[in-house]
Write a protein that binds this ligand. Structure first.
Ligand SMILES: [Zn+2]
Length: 133
């Protein structure tokens, strides 16, 4: 249910497109995030990044799952920038649940994927440790 609650406080005066994210920490805590728009559109922060920024700024860096939902009838995946932020803190096989608006009522309302599936051939923190020519 946290996933539905997460989008409650979305601030979306421009797009009217609410997104909620629920990030499950290794110790079982759920960190919620909502998208926060800005009149200077580039200042907008997605729900997924809101959840990560909240968690990491409170000392939580180990996550085991992420769920994302919107008001759309089909599951929607995180944007490219959020995928890269997820990559910073999560393993490629971490489950990501994409929940449609009415996911509780539809058999195919939740699409389960992984970070590796939605961000193939990715760049991550370990790449900065590689030998340089
Ligand atoms: Zn995003």
């Amino acid at each position: 249910m946290s996933i539905l609650i997460a989008k409650t406080f979305a601030y979306v005066p421009y797009s009217k497109f609410r997104v909620g994210a629920a990030l499950l920490t290794e110790d079982g805590e759920i960190i919620k995030g909502a998208n926060i728009e800005n009149a200077s559109y580039g200042g907008t922060i997605c729900a997924e990044r809101t959840a990560f920024v909240k968690a990491v700024s409170e000392g939580k860096r180990k996550f085991v799952a992420l769920a994302v939902t919107t008001d759309v009838a089909t599951p929607i995946a995180p944007c490219g920038m959020c995928r890269q932020v997820i990559r910073e803190f999560c393993s490629l096989d971490m489950p990501i649940l994409l929940a449609a608006f009415s996911y509780l009522e539809k058999e195919d309302g939740v699409r389960e994927t992984t970070l590796g599936e939605i961000l193939p051939f990715s760049f991550g923190p370990e790449d900065l440790e590689r030998d340089r020519g």
